[in-house]
Design a protein around this ligand. Structure first.
Ligand code: RI2
Length: 331
């Protein structure tokens, strides 16, 4: 196997095994991997390099299926690459152009989170008791900004089984001097009457405004709805899924059973299968607002955001560079 493919396989494995995780982070990581390939790969001409990038894109898209930021990131650079090819560029110009496109995506992604922090922090009030689920960089940045602005608030964090990303959130917020309570996922409703606002991240937003996020999010949204607690989602516009406009569904990743039950113990329990979906879907009627870098919108406005972002793409282009069925699905 060539060095180029080894490097790519490592990037795919980093995402698949969640050594790199979080919807925004995996998109930037995949685009960074393509950028590196565009710089390093041996090719005779731009067309050959495009083919290598295209193959690599497909491998990266097979790493994790749900976070739509990943295909949107890949689509962003690959469509620019395709456009460049039309003018028969030299290999060097193509390499340079591709690297610029990758830098543009990464910069936009980071800027979007900054803007979201700005808008989102305005929704946090002094004295608020908040709740969050899993670990979202967009949510953490909102809370850091509100804290820097001198607002005082506390955050309930669900531990987020099976992988306990809630602990990462607690560490990050605690490191900033923000007071937190770590609770088991099942305690979300128990505390909901004390909560002013729930704020979570997103892996994908569908055309009807439904939000795909870490498993358990929809139960928390349901409890928030029942208690009339505000439910906010922080999502960059590249988490919006253009494929859903043309009727495609968002794949819900189902991960291995050992994340839930170690295999040694599993062997000792007869007739027990483990199901481990990583995400669920929160319907738009449980969501008060989605905080994007374009503004704070009602979920019903998702279509307009998509029109703005992807309106220039043909259905074929929308259908290209999709995530694909996971490499490994548990029974
Ligand atoms: P940011 C995470 O998925 C969580 O579901 C989190 O809410 C979402 O990505 C968004 O994260 P995972 O990678 O992009 O832990 O806001 O499965 O960082």
């Amino acid at each position: 196997m060539s060095r180029r493919l080894e490097f790519l396989d490592e990037a795919v494995e980093d995402i698949r095994l969640m050594r790199v995780r979080g919807a925004a982070a995996i998109a930037r990581y995949a685009v960074e991997a393509l950028r590196r390939l565009a710089g390093d790969a041996e090719a005779y001409n731009a067309e050959e390099l495009f083919k290598l990038l295209d193959e690599a894109s497909k491998k990266l898209l097979a790493s994790r299926p749900t976070a739509v930021s990943l295909p949107n990131g890949v689509r962003f650079v690959m469509h620019k690459a395709k456009k460049m090819l039309e003018s028969n560029p030299s290999l060097e110009d193509f390499r340079r152009g591709f690297k610029e496109a990758a830098d543009e995506f990464i910069e936009r992604s980071l800027k979007a989170v900054e803007r979201i922090a700005e808008y989102g922090s305005r929704r946090i009030e002094d004295g608020d008791i908040l709740m969050t689920h899993c670990n979202s960089s967009a949510v953490v940045e909102i809370l850091k900004k509100a804290h820097m602005e001198g607002k005082s608030f506390k955050v309930f964090i669900t531990e987020t089984r099976p992988l306990y990303q809630g602990r990462i959130t607690a560490r990050q917020l605690g490191g900033e001097g923000i007071e937190t309570y770590l609770i088991v996922d099942g305690a979300a409703r128990y505390f909901m009457n004390d909560i002013d606002k729930v704020i979570v991240g997103a892996d994908a937003v569908a055309v009807n405004g439904a939000v795909v996020n870490k498993i358990g999010t929809s139960m928390i949204a349901l409890a928030a709805h029942e208690a009339r607690t505000q439910f906010l989602v922080a999502a960059e516009t590249f988490k919006f899924s253009p494929e859903t406009i043309i009727g495609e569904l968002i794949w819900i990743e189902e991960r291995g059973s050992e994340e839930v039950l170690p295999s040694e113990e599993h062997k000792r329990i007869p007739l027990c299968r483990v199901r481990n979906p990583a995400f669920d879907v929160t319907p738009p009627e449980y969501i008060d607002a989605i905080i994007t870098e374009e503004g704070v919108i009602p979920p019903e406005a998702a279509f307009h955001i998509m029109e703005q972002m992807f309106g220039n793409l043909t259905p074929d282009e929308l259908a290209s560079y999709k995530t694909v069925k996971p490499l490994e699905e548990s029974e």
